[in-house]
Ligand binder design. Structure first.
Ligand SMILES: [Ca+2]
Length: 496
């Protein structure tokens, strides 16, 4: 009898362990939320005046990275970095107009890698950069990619049959001819519904996919690319009204750092001046600056509400505990600091980004990490969290897995973040950002010019008012050696 009992017990244990291992074998889903031009300036990152309840509740059940940096501060290359795991300096693609597959035809993208390992991979909105056709890289997905449709209400200015910048943006066309597009308004405060703008419709498409994928046996990888707070700052009236009584602070710095090379800064109104009523030459009227700042945060709050609709559905479907959610901003944003607007520099405001991981692998919900992390870390991290093999793919994977940081076993993965930005004439500025300093080395390929350096100390000069490279040659040399730990960069314009 005792033997029978033991056999039955063992059988029960075997069966239950079998059930457990089957349950454990169901891999987690992935919801990757890409947000266009989102700087880490919202509630969870300490900007209490910003109305961002949904990003904040995601942070409350995840880990936010306080020292996260993009690898290049502009949309298309940064998205290449995320989706290939390779930095621009390794891909040699620094521009909007060059498709990453021209440089790396056989690259296995992040969604493609998940697809190869049994996931259903789907994408909606601005994931890869729009303007590369409406397909969003067919190899990456298990079902046709869904770009968002043209803005479909009547307030947009008509230009006699030629697309405005806004229409091109929302219809995913012609951005490779960005300089030729007619100007449109830089902001719009209209009493319209959330779904009149594209992010509302991206949320609807995302919700439809969550409902459909829940019924499948396969785990899913869903990438949702929200388009705000990218210019133009179009948001329904109610999100503008959130800031009518807020004393929005304008930047106190109006120029690039003393002693910085002239070419290190961008044309101060570049990109912004492609919109009305922005003049090509600084300064902006303070009232215009204030409206732009309000518009940025109105657009951010509008996007936050659309992300909230998707998170609500994730909860309602009972998927939240089985889904890794990543929130990522493609680069930071100059909101008038240094007198500059938008991105395209190696300075702090253009390069620091929000990264939040939430889901079953985050040991301490609501925590913050000061680890120096980069966009390219997301690819190997998601692979590790999903239990996939360490990616061995044709392109270089420049990132490190953050799984140990998320589990609390590791405090950091590197001693500096690495990013770059090109300038005309074959110049490339490569930067190392440690917890205290940033060193930028400017090289001009194909010339004998000696490199020029920028050094900033964020402990004593957090607003980057003065290039201190000339004062501290030994520190420059110490930081410069960190650049040598990286492969030689592919020059802008391709391999030479
Ligand atoms: Ca962007």
């Amino acid at each position: 009898m005792k033997l029978l009992y033991t056999v039955l017990s063992l059988a029960a244990m075997f069966l239950s362990s079998g059930v457990c291992s089957l349950a454990a074998a169901k891999q987690p889903n992935v919801l990757l939320i890409l947000v266009d031009d989102l700087k880490p300036s919202f509630g969870a990152y300490g900007a209490e005046f910003v109305h961002s309840p949904n990003l904040d509740r995601l942070a409350a059940r995840g880990m936010r990275f306080e020292a996260a940096y993009c690898n290049q501060a502009v949309c298309a290359p940064s998205r290449n970095n995320l989706l290939t795991g390779a930095r621009s300096t390794s891909l040699g693609v620094y521009s909007l107009s060059r498709h990453f597959r021209k440089a790396a035809p056989d690259a296995i993208t992040l969604p493609q890698y998940f697809k190869q390992h049994g996931y259903h991979a789907a994408g909606v909105g601005k994931v890869f950069h729009i303007g590369h056709g409406n397909t969003g890289d067919p190899k990456s997905w298990s079902e046709p990619f869904h770009p968002e449709k043209v803005i479909d209400y009547a307030l947009t200015e008509s230009t006699g049959g030629q697309l405005t910048r806004e229409e091109a943006y929302f219809s995913n066309q012609a951005l490779d001819r960005i300089g030729e597009l007619p100007r449109g308004a830089a902001w719009e405060r209209a009493d319209v519904s959330d779904d009149d703008y594209s992010d509302g419709r991206i949320a609807i498409e995302g919700i439809e996919r969550l409902r459909r994928f829940k019924e499948s046996d396969k785990p899913f990888f869903l990438a949702l690319g929200f388009t705000k707070p990218h210019l133009p700052f179009c948001a329904p009236e109610k999100y503008w009204a959130l800031y009518d009584d807020v004393d929005l602070q304008l930047s106190t710095t109006h120029d690039y750092p003393d002693g910085a090379p002239r070419y290190a800064g961008k044309e101060k109104h570049g990109e912004l001046n492609q919109y009305k009523p922005i003049p090509h030459v600084p300064p902006l009227e303070p009232e215009v600056e204030k409206t732009l700042v309000q518009g940025y945060y109105a657009a951010l709050s509008y996007m936050d509400a659309q992300v909230g609709r998707v998170l609500d559905e994730l909860d309602a479907l009972g998927l939240a505990d089985d889904t890794i959610v990543v929130l990522w901003g493609d680069h930071g944003y100059h909101l008038g600091d240094h007198g500059a607007w938008t991105k395209h520099t190696n300075y702090e405001q253009a390069n620091r980004i929000p990264i939040i991981f939430a889901g079953p692998d985050v040991a301490s919900p609501g925590s913050a990490s000061s680890a120096l992390v980069e966009t390219v870390d997301i690819y190997p991290t998601l692979a590790a969290l999903a239990g996939l093999p360490t990616p061995d793919v044709p392109q270089p994977i420049d990132g490190q897995s953050l799984a140990g940081v998320l589990s609390g076993e590791q405090e950091s993965v590197r001693d500096h973040a690495y990013h770059a930005f090109p300038r005309g004439g074959g110049r490339l500025g490569r930067a190392v950002r440690t917890s205290r300093y940033r060193l930028v080395e400017w090289m001009r390929f194909g010339s004998d010019e000696p490199p020029e350096y920028e050094l900033y100390d964020y402990q004593t000069d957090p607003l980057e008012t003065r290039n201190q490279a000339g004062d501290y040659p030994e520190l420059v040399e110490e930081l410069r050696k960190k650049l040598d730990t990286h492969p030689a960069p592919i020059p802008p314009g391709g391999r030479r």
